[in-house]
Design a protein around this ligand. Structure first.
Ligand SMILES: [Zn+2]
Length: 429
């Protein structure tokens, strides 16, 4: 089936609001290992789900994939793999083709630099113009400032979940090392945070602050007085694990104890966002992988922050699925909230279509962000982008058919939600 709006959407470049691509260096490190399984992206989690409560044992990964794949080929995760594999190699992703697909992957990357391959998969095949990358600007990474490890159309979000999630002291150690400031008291911790942000900003490639604490705690953020944060800091600072310089979240500090400090620091981050008009991206809704608790991830928990920081622009991720309607409602009410469908097309295409249809009826379309691939390998963007385009086209076809949108309006909406809104929000293009 084809329509004018579908053709328009299929060729419309995208803004990827969120990706976790590997660096050129990491891509190269694993070159020989890429086979059919490298196309899976998120689908690996559906394999685990399909395997059930007492998973059978398999001789190897290949056998496991062959046995479980048929059950997941119908989900959004699975269909994205099928779409990407078809678009890139003209092959159906099926066990009888795995060997051939593996050879096709190797043939596609052979003799090309990582940079050429990112251009090929992301720019050319997925037709993504800009990438908001999450994964480089992290104080714990030795390569944190090496923006040359990505193409120049990538911009980077600063992220330190351990600091704001406050599950341990690892984050403070990393910040101390990265900033060169001895974090002897609470004020110096705030200084270290700001110096780290200065470093990222000085690259000219900082696009946002990313808050991913939903993976560690609920999104109920209180506004604790300074003395509570200070008390938490002092207690944590005096633990033996801190003095011994353990580098990871050490688990020696319980989350409840660290919580006022995490909340306090998050407010300092939001103040900086306010002062310098730096966008804030926040993970809400479903958690990647398996066994994640959804209990604390609703976007509605963030309302006190949206209300307090009215001049801060919030890019709210993943449509807050399964609470996409709720996020649409918040976005209608709060001028500083921009609802974002990154990752949702692949988590659940049917619900994402429904959500986009609803959002377009409730939220001015200049506020809606329709895409982010949110994946580690550049080729996965191909299937994820295709999946988003198919869904966006279907929603706009319905609006036209119902008589709500003219063809011209539908085109304006597509261009805005797929690209232009992101460009103006992040000051690009
Ligand atoms: Zn992500």
């Amino acid at each position: 089936m084809s329509s004018a709006i579908r053709e328009f959407v299929m060729q419309q470049p995208l803004f990827s609001h969120h990706d976790h691509h590997v660096t050129f260096a990491d891509f190269d490190k694993n070159r020989e290992t890429y086979g059919a399984a490298a196309l899976l992206g998120y689908a690996g989690a559906d394999l685990t789900t399909a395997a059930g409560a007492r998973p059978p044992s398999f001789e190897n990964e290949e056998q496991r994939l062959a046995a479980l794949w048929p059950n997941i080929r119908t989900t959004g995760y699975g269909r994205a793999v099928t779409l990407g594999c078809q678009a890139l190699f003209g092959l159906e992703f099926a066990p009888e083709h795995f060997a051939q697909i593996g050879k096709a992957v190797q043939a596609a990357i052979k003799g090309k630099t990582a940079e050429e391959l990112f251009d090929y998969f992301v720019r050319e095949k997925a037709n993504i113009k800009w990438v908001a990358q999450d994964g480089l600007f992290r104080p714990e990474r030795p390569d944190a400032l090496r923006t040359e490890l990505y193409p120049d159309y990538y911009h980077f979000a600063f992220r330190s979940d351990a600091l704001f999630g406050c599950t341990g002291m690892g984050a403070i150690h990393h910040l101390q090392r990265f900033s060169g400031i001895d974090v002897l008291n609470l004020d110096r911790l705030v200084d270290a945070l700001n110096v780290a942000i200065d470093s990222f900003k000085s690259t000219g490639r900082l696009n946002a602050f990313k808050v991913g604490i939903a993976y560690q705690r609920d999104l109920v953020v209180l506004d604790p007085p300074r003395y509570e944060a200070e008390r938490a800091f002092s207690r944590l600072r005096s633990t033996k694990t801190f003095r011994d310089g353990l580098q990871q979240n050490d688990g020696a500090v319980n989350a409840a104890e660290g919580r006022p400090l995490g909340d306090y620091m998050l407010h300092r981050l939001l103040e900086r966002a306010h002062d310098e008009d730096i966008p804030v991206q926040i993970h809400t809704g479903y958690l990647a992988g398996n066994w994640g608790s959804l209990a604390g991830t609703k976007a509605s928990f963030l309302i006190p922050l949206f209300d307090k920081y009215r001049e801060v622009r919030f890019d709210i991720f993943h449509a807050s699925w399964p609470w996409a309607s709720e996020l649409g409602t918040i976005a209608k009410n709060y001028p500083n909230v921009y609802p974002d469908m990154c990752w949702m097309w692949t988590m659940n295409p049917a619900e994402c279509e429904r959500a986009l249809g609803e959002w377009l009826d409730g939220v001015p379309f200049n506020k809606i962000f329709a895409f982010g691939a949110d994946t580690g390998q550049p080729w996965c963007d191909v299937g994820y982008a295709l999946q988003a385009r198919i869904g966006i086209a279907r929603v706009l076809e319905q609006k036209i058919e119902a008589g709500y949108f003219s063809e011209a309006t539908a085109r304006d909406v597509a261009a805005a939600i797929m690209l232009q809104n992101g460009e103006s929000f992040y000051g690009l293009g």
